[in-house]
Design a protein around this ligand. Structure first.
Ligand code: TRP
Length: 427
């Protein structure tokens, strides 16, 4: 449940619909499903097994299983990635909290899409409001980590996950009745392999890594909490299916809304902040649903951000409170340009992204696949696929699936990942 809580977050409800709609709908979903089966699930199993065997953070695991080598350098990539991700994650979570307030104040009622779009640019482009909301979110995250009450937070996951699913289902019930929704559903669900490009494939891989919290050591840490009796394969399948289900639900709510309200699918990170209030504003008891929705999304973001900050602090070692304060402050500073990206810094567009998009691109599409590649090569060749398989199948009989997994770890996963990475970046 805790690892589902870490996996489910803004990645499913904010990032998934945004990337899908910016990448051709059904074409993206098709590669996404393939990337889960061929890369996400095997790597999730590998990270969990690695953590259970090495008993600790990525750094500890690499040091224990390959002492005296430079493999712990992968840990460096992963901590950089988590730090960058948390820096803009806090900005998006900040927007969520502002929208929570705006919804409570009844500001979505009767607004048309043009006005909602203007509202988003007012909020995200405000000179200091996003900064304040980002700081508040990080302070809350740091407070939870410093007080060591993470376990308490994770118990929320049991209420939170079903709650989010219920609200998404309610929203879905409203969305499918809107005129224009069927066209959106078709665009989302009809696979169109001819639209797949290397760049789309890389974005799909990046999304799987982001959403499954892979390639950055988070799942290694969770693996170290697993006891020997817990079967890794079925836990991994459960995490993957739960995460996929919430992402698909997010897409089923957001994408038809784009078509129904005539919202530009390429609108970028503000997409759900226009689409969801449009749906909510058209619903009976819209204010109540809106408050519940944004509150739950905020809480879901918090269970993820706590795990991210923990991962960073775990690398820092002793003096936990100091380390927490220092890490959170560093993350805040690093996130300032992202918080200002839609406002004062909007003219600054390196490589065609605004700053938030650039941070996301570097972390999700470059660092995470690299971290994943390193992990796969380490598990397949250094620790050794057969030894890893023995950890995977501890207390359970050797199965064909285990054999296939070992082969995939050695050949398929590294080759596929390297191929998608190189063609996606250059093509
Ligand atoms: N998977 C989380 C989400 O979908 C985000 C995330 C990325 C994360 N890396 C992480 C969560 C590391 C915990 C730890 O929102």
């Amino acid at each position: 449940m805790a690892s589902v809580g870490s996996a489910v977050g803004l990645g499913n409800i904010w990032r998934f619909p945004t990337v899908v709609s910016g990448s051709g709908g059904g074409a993206f979903v098709l590669v996404y499903l393939g990337a889960i089966g061929l890369l996400g699930l095997p790597l999730l199993m590998a990270e969990l097994a690695l953590g259970r065997r090495g008993r600790g953070s990525v750094l500890t695991c690499f040091r224990t299983l390959a002492p005296g080598t430079a493999w712990w350098g992968i840990g460096l990539i992963s901590v950089t990635a988590v730090t960058i991700i948390l820096s803009f994650y806090a900005v998006i979570a900040g927007w969520v909290s502002i929208y929570l307030g705006a919804g409570l104040a009844g500001r979505f009622r009767g607004l048309d899409v043009a006005t909602l779009q203007a509202l988003f640019f007012d909020i995200a482009g405000h000179p200091w409001l996003p900064l304040a909301a980002q700081a508040a979110f990080l302070a809350l995250t740091a407070g939870i980590v410093a007080l060591g009450v993470r376990a308490g937070i994770e118990r929320w996951s049991r209420v939170l996950m079903p709650g989010i699913v219920v609200i998404l289902l309610v929203l879905l019930g409203r969305v499918v009745l809107l005129p224009g929704a069927p066209a959106g559903l078709g665009w989302f669900l009809r696979p169109r392999p001819e639209l797949i490009t290397p760049a789309v494939a890389l974005r799909a891989v990046g999304q799987v890594f982001f959403s499954f919290s892979l390639g950055m050591g988070a799942m290694v840490t969770y693996g170290s909490y697993l006891d020997a009796r817990q079967p890794i394969t079925s836990s991994a399948v459960y995490i993957a299916l739960a995460d996929l289900a919430v992402a698909l639900l997010g897409g089923l709510v957001v994408i038809p809304a784009l078509f129904a309200f005539g919202i530009e699918p390429t609108m970028g990170p503000g997409l759900i902040f226009v689409a969801l209030p449009a749906v909510l504003g058209a619903m009976p008891l819209g204010m109540l649903w809106s408050a519940l929705f944004f509150l739950m999304l905020y809480a879901a973001a918090l269970t993820s951000s706590v795990a991210m900050l923990e991962t960073i602090v775990a690398h820092a070692g002793r003096r936990r409170r100091w380390a927490t304060g220092l890490a959170a402050s560093g993350v805040f500073l690093l996130g300032i340009p992202s918080a200002l990206a839609a406002g004062p810094l909007s003219a600054f567009r390196p490589l065609g992204h605004d700053f938030l998009g650039l941070a996301d691109f570097i972390a999700s599409n470059v660092l995470l696949p690299l971290g994943g590649l390193g992990t796969a090569v380490f598990v397949g060749w250094v620790w050794g696929a057969e030894r890893a398989r023995a950890e995977l199948e501890r207390l359970s009989p050797r199965s064909r699936a285990g054999g296939a997994w070992a082969l995939a770890m050695r050949y398929l996963v590294p080759a596929l990942l390297a191929y998608v990475f190189v063609t996606g970046l250059t093509g």
